[in-house]
Design a protein around this ligand. Sequence first.
Ligand SMILES: C[S@@+](CC[C@H](N)C(=O)[O-])C[C@H]1O[C@@H](n2cnc3c(N)ncnc32)[C@H](O)[C@@H]1O
Length: 215
Amino acid sequence: MSEYLRARGSHHADPCSVAEQGTRHTGRVSAPPNLPGIVSKALLMSLQRGYVQVTRSETGRLLAALASTRTGTIAECGTGCGVGAAWLRTGAPAQTKVITAELDGDLAHSVMEMFADEDIVVMHADWTSLREHAPFSLLFLDAGSAKSAPREGVIDLVGGGGMVVLDDFIPCTTWPPMEGGRVDMVRQDWLDDKRFTSVEVMTASDTSVVIAVKT
Ligand SMILES: C[S@@+](CC[C@H](N)C(=O)[O-])C[C@H]1O[C@@H](n2cnc3c(N)ncnc32)[C@H](O)[C@@H]1O
């Protein structure tokens, strides 16, 4: 969930204040205050709809940086209001295809309309339908069902050298990683899979991202 939305109480945020998200961060993170236009557009939609599950800007900047190294096709499971897809498109080279799948028809079609002039393919579909566009050079797992899906089915979707990215972990200093008093099996399995070179990166003091690169 975005820091901006949490700070304000998600359902009552003022859509006109989207631009503030960047400036409010300047005292606490070393990132330029301005957000890419396409990201602002997606954030505005999330504010107008009271949609709180948006990708945080800190994580979005990481997605953009990773996408900038990718060729072929990159994909996202769970479009939401399009924030993650917007960051991916912002970073990816022009020739790299960006595709995202959302199960909720209303959301999917609204984002399709919003991105009509952007080079982003939005599918109204279960994320498993992304398979027809595989292999991916980057796969962002941002739907709960994708994160908890049997991993072999996900691994098949990524080509050699491709990366799987998962966000919204709570940083911890133990191995195995713990969350809520239990071993976080999803994080452990991605970090411990010998077919991948993996790392957990804190994008802010309270949230981390796992990047697993298929070797
Ligand atoms: C965490 S939100 C996505 C946030 C978005 N990626 C962003 O960057 O702001 C998860 C989304 O996944 C969608 N979702 C849930 N199950 C899904 C499925 N099986 N296939 C595709 N999307 C799904 C939900 O409707 C929800 O919009």
